[in-house]
Design a protein around this ligand. Structure first.
Ligand code: WT7
Length: 647
């Protein structure tokens, strides 16, 4: 069998929403007449006041302005819940699957409504109103979904902080968005371990710069005893029991903020990517329906955490706007055993599974244990997100999880794009393992060279998007100038993604990875600058330079070159201490895999660290280091090669 191209089977295509002819026709109309195309698509939502304006966007230097459906009014929570109630009150919305397989239950749309309305009323009773920011630091449980939707219901802007982040990261985010309330739980469970969420929040709130929080709303999850600060803490269950299950949704303008989500860039502090209400929801809903071919009755499972954009668009807003039934998974793919994913698929008869290459590689490493005890016959469509999927992992996912029957949607997108941008459609696109294939409707990708010249035909270059789409981020919260600088200044009148890509002779895109100083560790974005500042904050560290290197399961792992402060005694203990330091300062994901102590770093005479060289040495590819003649002290390189840690 040819393993490099998988055509769409015609019988399969017949049962899908879109076949290739329809894709081509719809794509063309979306590009030729975006106003008309998106006017039509906007109708998938219920609007309180219908829009008459559709697209009003500018990428002009000095005037980056993105507005969609700007005179329309709607409520995102209403669209995700209330409008489904007449038909689907008793349909299951959420199937909870806990960290332990014994913990599972279902929530109907009516129950979802009641829980969300109570929590919304609870937030109101704490003084939260339209436009206020609310931080959410939760385990991956149904209550996290309630929290996000409760904010949307009353027009509060949520800022979800991934449950793996440190107290410092929580504090930074609270300060940046000026959050009034934080919603958390006693503890999270992950892979049989617990994470002390409430204690982390307490530590964040105790910092001097955190002054905006008036209340901390605490859900019971594990039931662990946690410290209670009676002037701030409120028991979420008690509060919800006191208020009615009826809360009229706030009328929101299409361009009112829906949420802020922090993500790493190549410089400085994480940025608060801001998404608004109307365009985002249209895009999340449309992409979810078409890319996963979601039809009423399907059981859908996106195994992402709500702490990431994937959880926002493809756990909460997309599927719920479409009235879907979906699995909410608290655990990890390999707990209690490597068969967990397949077991959950069988248990809940999942039809559509959306996960990440890093999870697939982790299962792959366990051999047939992942699939020998389950049959996964219910599956129809698979999805992949977060990083390029290597052809070996693709083939393994296809054969062993999908039984060779289910097309894999390799979806390329970003926190900033709000929804999927380059992707196959199940009934339309022949697959090439490792390629995200073709643009979604309304998306106009291009490749440019370093001067910004658009390349035609088969080519490699930097990936840009030439025009706006409804799901696009509107700004970086509080710093519109950084928004322009980051995304619109490299190439005029284009959105720069930060990724490199190749386009083949069939017009398929192959994402090759970041071209900036951003790492992708297990599908999570981390800026090298953030990790370096965490390292140099340690008293024994004088200077640090961080690069990524290839890793079998994580895709990329962190290699840190560290210069000690003079007189420091190097030891295993110090290395371990430094790894833990970064772990607690940033997050476990940011823990350096390798720490290479060195007396010097390769710098140019002007003092710039030559990361290119460090990347090569970290990858154990030091034969071709390229030109090193501009280095201030070329002998540094020999010492680094000699002592390299990845052999
Ligand atoms: C970066 C965005 C999109 C939600 C999860 C990550 C990389 C993402 C793919 C893919 C190759 C991918 C890119 C992108 N990426 N999906 N299918 N193939 N690369 O969101 O944290 O904003 O990261 O993830 O490098 O720029 P994010």
């Amino acid at each position: 069998m040819d393993q490099s191209y998988f055509a769409v089977e015609s019988q399969f295509a017949e049962n899908c929403l879109v076949d290739n002819d329809k894709y081509l026709e719809m794509y063309q109309s979306s590009i030729e007449n975006p106003q008309q195309f998106w006017a039509e698509q906007g109708k998938r939502l219920d609007w309180i006041k219908p829009y008459t304006q559709i697209k009003n966007t500018s990428y002009a230097p000095g005037d980056i302005s993105i507005k969609w459906y700007e005179d329309g009014q709607l409520n995102a929570c209403y669209n995700c819940i209330d409008r489904h109630l007449p038909e689907k009150a008793n349909q299951i919305a959420l199937i909870f699957e806990g960290d332990e397989p014994s913990q599972s239950y279902s929530i109907t749309y009516q129950q979802l409504h009641d829980n969300v309305a109570r929590l919304a009323n609870g937030l109101k009773s704490l003084g939260v109103s339209k436009g206020d920011s609310v931080a959410i630091y939760m385990p991956m449980v149904c209550e996290a979904v309630y929290a996000m939707l409760a904010c949307a219901r009353i027009g509060a802007v949520h800022s979800v902080i991934f449950g793996g982040f440190s107290p410092k990261a929580i504090a930074d985010r609270i300060v940046n968005c000026n959050a009034k309330v934080i919603i958390t739980a006693d503890e999270a469970r992950r892979g049989g371990k617990t994470v002390p969420l409430k204690a982390n929040v307490d530590e964040a709130l105790s910092r001097d710069d955190v002054t905006s929080i008036t209340n901390c709303l605490v859900f019971k999850n594990t039931g662990a005893q946690v410290a209670v600060n009676s002037s701030v803490d409120v028991c979420a269950e008690e509060l919800m029991a006191k208020v009615p299950a009826d809360c009229p949704p706030e009328v929101m303008n299409a361009e009112d903020p829906l949420f802020i989500l922090y993500t790493s860039g190549s410089t400085g502090q994480p940025k608060g990517v801001m998404h608004t209400t109307g365009g985002y929801l249209v895009y999340a809903s449309m992409t979810h329906e078409y890319i996963f071919d979601y039809k009423a009755g399907d059981v859908y499972w996106c195994a992402a955490d709500v702490g990431w954009i994937t959880g926002h668009s493809y756990v909460v807003y997309g599927p719920l706007a479409n009235g879907a039934t979906q699995v909410i998974f608290e655990g990890v793919p390999t707990y209690p055993s490597a068969s967990r994913i397949g077991d959950v698929v069988d248990k809940h008869q999942v039809n559509i599974l959306y996960t990440a290459p890093t999870a697939i590689r982790a299962l792959m490493a366990k051999g047939d244990k992942a699939y020998a005890t389950n049959n996964r016959n219910s599956l129809r469509i698979l999805g992949s997100v977060g990083e390029p999927i290597n052809p070996e992992a693709w083939a393994w996912y296809y054969q062993n999880i999908g039984n060779g029957q289910c097309p894999i949607m390799d979806t390329w997108w970003q926190t900033e794009t709000g929804g999927i941008m380059i992707t196959p459609l199940p009934g339309a696109t022949g697959l090439k393992p490792g390629s995200a294939t073709r643009p979604f409707f309304g998306v106009k990708p291009a490749l440019v060279d370093s001067e910004g010249q658009i390349l035609s035909g088969a080519a490699s270059g930097n990936l840009v998007i030439l025009d706006s789409w409804p799901g696009q981020a509107r700004t970086i919260y509080g710093d519109h100038q950084r928004f322009e600088q980051t995304y619109f200044s490299a190439y005029k009148n284009m959105y720069f993604t930060g990724d490199g890509a190749r386009r083949d002779e069939d017009g398929y895109y192959w994402i090759t990875g970041r071209v900036d100083d951003v790492l992708n560790i297990s599908g999570h974005r981390l800026g090298t600058a953030e990790i370096e500042s965490a390292l140099v904050a340690h008293p024994s560290v004088a200077e640090a330079a961080v690069v990524g290197f290839p890793h079998d399961i994580k895709g990329q792992a962190i290699y840190a070159y560290v210069t000690p402060v003079e007189g420091t005694e190097l030891s295993e203990t110090l290395t371990t201490e430094l790894r833990n330091w970064v772990r607690t300062d940033l997050s476990p994901i940011a823990t350096p895999e390798l720490i290479h102590w060195t007396a010097g770093l390769p710098k140019t005479r002007s003092g710039k660290i030559m990361r290119r060289i460090l990347r090569k040495i970290a990858a154990n590819e030091f034969e071709q280091l390229g030109d090193t003649s501009t280095l201030a002290d070329p002998s540094v390189v020999d010492a680094l090669i000699e002592n390299r840690l990845n052999k």
